[in-house]
Design a protein around this ligand. Structure first.
Ligand SMILES: [Zn+2]
Length: 382
């Protein structure tokens, strides 16, 4: 069966017709006219997903297959690929959590095609209160290549990135080994000084993780790790654009500084996608999820307990607040993160898996999906 999509390209607004059959892009041509306000682009890639819809990649499951629901839920919000993100834990538990994702992919072909990598966030981060965020202090440690190599082997090559702080001794050598092994190093949860950040970038670090979050509440005006990461030419950056983690004006500034190197992650935790209410969370204890989607410690609305959004909500936050136009917002959630791992990625290449979205832009509301295709198959959405 052949599917045809007609709309404006998310790259440049040119009017396109894309034919899909047998799961692949079969033909792409320019057309004279297309329905008003319809856009075509690749599915989104979210490189930081801790969990979603009550399911947690950071908890051992009695039924591993249940985790496959995360892929299905994220697909319905346009994320055709994502990286399960495993945060600081004991070495043994980290191994078990990695193996759980590997096992899930072997049992569930759809999850296997949605999970395109694992992101290890920690344990080689800052032990300091503030930069450490909600990561368990007892398991934070300096970089250990033997340990990380063991995890790489256990992941069967699925670990594609690590978030670390270069403030530890031995960081430069560790980052070089990651870069040689094709693993993206991202700076995050850091209390590193300017020199350490410069050295990390020289050694091969290419990204900052959720820039502007995972920081002290108060920092020296200068120098500080925020200026150093903003100034580093070769550092791209991810942000959490849920309206709670960063005020709009910070996103405006980050966009001006990083331009096409700025991209979105959801950093969603297990409670994302759940109904508003009070919950007992694995990290953070008693928490409240508000109807607006803010997740905070119970009785303390100023302390966030993780992100409760999906990446589509991030795009829509940018659109609704005029922080990006549609092509840019879409690129921030798709080609930009993908090209960190595959620099030549062309979303409309013939023969490529048809992970595509046809969507309408609605003023003040953001994107409304008309079709979401994963490997050419239509996905149901809300
Ligand atoms: Zn984090």
């Amino acid at each position: 069966m052949e599917t045809r999509l007609i709309g404006k390209s998310f790259l440049d607004g040119k009017q396109l017709e894309i034919s899909v059959s047998e799961g692949k892009i079969k033909a792409v041509s320019f057309v004279e006219t297309s329905p008003e306000n319809l856009w075509i682009g690749p599915g989104f890639t979210d490189i930081q997903v801790n969990g979603y819809g009550g399911l947690d990649y950071n908890a051992i499951q009695s039924d591993v297959l249940a985790l496959g629901q995360i892929s299905r839920k994220l697909l319905s919000y346009g994320a055709t690929s994502h990286f399960p993100t495993i945060i600081t834990n004991s070495p043994e538990k980290t191994s078990a959590l990695i193996q759980q994702v590997v096992q899930l992919r072997k049992m569930d072909p759809l999850a296997a095609s949605c999970i395109s990598g694992i992101h290890i966030e920690g344990p080689f981060i800052s032990p300091e209160d503030g930069p450490r965020g909600a990561h368990f202090k007892e398991f934070v440690q300096g970089p250990d290549w033997d340990l990380f190599q063991k995890w790489i082997e256990e992941s069967e090559g699925l670990i594609r990135m690590i978030t670390l702080s270069p403030e530890w001794k031995g960081s430069t050598a560790f980052i070089e080994k990651c870069a040689e092994s094709g693993i993206l190093v991202s700076i995050g949860h850091t209390n590193a000084n300017h020199h350490q950040i410069i050295e990390a970038v020289k050694a091969g670090a290419r990204l900052s993780t959720h820039l502007g979050n995972g920081m002290h509440g108060v920092i020296p005006r200068h120098p500080n790790y925020l200026w150093s990461q903003l100034a580093a030419e070769n550092l791209s950056a991810t942000i959490i654009a849920d309206g709670f983690h960063l005020p709009a004006e910070i996103i405006q500034v980050f966009k001006k500084v990083k331009s096409e190197k700025l991209m979105l992650v959801s950093d969603s935790v297990a409670l994302a996608g759940m109904p508003p209410g009070n919950y007992e969370a694995a990290v953070g204890g008693k928490v409240t999820l508000t109807p607006e989607g803010k997740l905070h410690l119970f009785g303390n609305p100023n302390t966030l307990a993780g992100s409760a959004m999906n990446i589509l909500q991030g795009i829509n936050f940018l659109l609704r607040n005029n922080l990006a136009d549609l092509p840019e917002a879409w690129q921030m959630a798709s080609v930009r993160p993908l090209r960190l791992f595959k620099p030549t990625f062309d979303p409309f290449q013939i023969g490529q898996n048809a992970d595509l979205i046809l969507a309408k832009q609605q003023p003040d509301l953001g994107l409304k999906f008309l079709k979401v295709l994963k490997n050419g198959v239509e996905i149901p959405f809300d």
